[in-house]
Design a protein around this ligand. Structure first.
Ligand SMILES: O=C1O[C@H](COP(=O)(O)O)[C@@H](O)[C@H](O)[C@H]1O
Length: 256
């Protein structure tokens, strides 16, 4: 039985360091148990803050970064190195400072890469990469210990936007065309793929997120508000600052 927990902290800075601390402990625990950990990164402003906070945490030195698998929940389909790519932002915020095993780092393909400007082919390529990392005979997906998500003002998660056809995508990944948020072309994990993660962490800060967060936690439909459908198999954690949590019913909060 999966549980949902809502954690509210005072502000965005504290949120970033609290999420970073959780992430570091989760990776340390997974490595203690089986030697490796598998994390799905997200893009966006709060995500970059979290990754910068990980870099500053002394406890992060307890992680064997060569045994961490890194995936992405979505990508803005732009050329490699573009500053708007989620990969570029994650590398600048944290990854470039770590001793990672490049074979365990799995950015989504870039525009102008092996698939040119074909986002559908890029999404299919990423699906094959995921399948290649799955346990033989089990599924098309590897195990994800934690899948982190930002939450858009409109309630989107990864690049699954409200009322967008990508909501109905089958398969593990999907191209996104005509995204309401720039850039218009993206690649994303699908909702069923997100739902395969052991833990899903939805991280949001600021008053602009309050309406979407409040509705998603209070039971809105996932087609209208994709964040409402982002759940983990064991646990769904909403990690919020006070401003983003303004519309969350107080009985659902675990901390003020
Ligand atoms: O475009 C995107 O936006 C969302 C939310 O970003 P934020 O800056 O409002 O926190 C992000 O989660 C997603 O990965 C990204 O592609």
């Amino acid at each position: 039985m999966s549980e949902t927990v809502v954690v509210v902290v005072p502000d965005a800075e504290i949120l970033a360091s609290a999420v970073a601390a959780r992430l570091v402990v989760k990776i340390i625990d997974a490595q203690a148990e089986r030697g490796w950990a598998s994390i799905v990164l997200t893009g966006g402003r709060v995500a970059a803050k979290v990754l910068r906070a990980v870099r500053e945490l002394p406890a992060a030195d307890a992680i064997d970064w060569t045994h961490v698998d890194l995936w992405w929940g979505d990508e803005r389909f732009l050329p490699a190195g573009d500053p708007e790519r989620n990969e570029t932002q994650a590398r600048e915020a944290l990854l470039d400072a770590l001793s990672l095993d490049p074979a365990r780092v799995h950015p989504m393909p870039a525009a102008g890469g092996p698939d040119g400007d074909d986002a559908a082919a890029a999404a299919a390529r990423y699906a094959r990469e995921l399948a290649a990392a799955a346990k033989p005979g089990s599924s098309e997906l590897p195990h994800f210990d934690v899948l982190m998500l930002g939450v858009g003002e409109d309630g989107h998660v990864a690049s699954i936007f409200p009322e967008h056809p990508v909501y109905h995508a089958t398969g593990t990944t999907a191209p996104v065309h005509n995204s309401p948020k720039p850039p218009p072309t993206r690649v994303t994990l699908t909702l069923p793929t997100i739902q395969s993660a052991e833990e899903v962490w939805l991280v949001a800060a600021g008053p602009d997120k309050a309406a979407a967060v409040g509705m998603a936690i209070s039971g809105a439909g996932p087609k209208q508000l994709p964040a409402a459908g982002a759940t983990g198999t064991d646990r769904t954690l909403w990690l919020l600052d006070r401003a983003a949590a303004a519309n969350v019913p107080s009985k659902l909060r675990s901390l003020r």
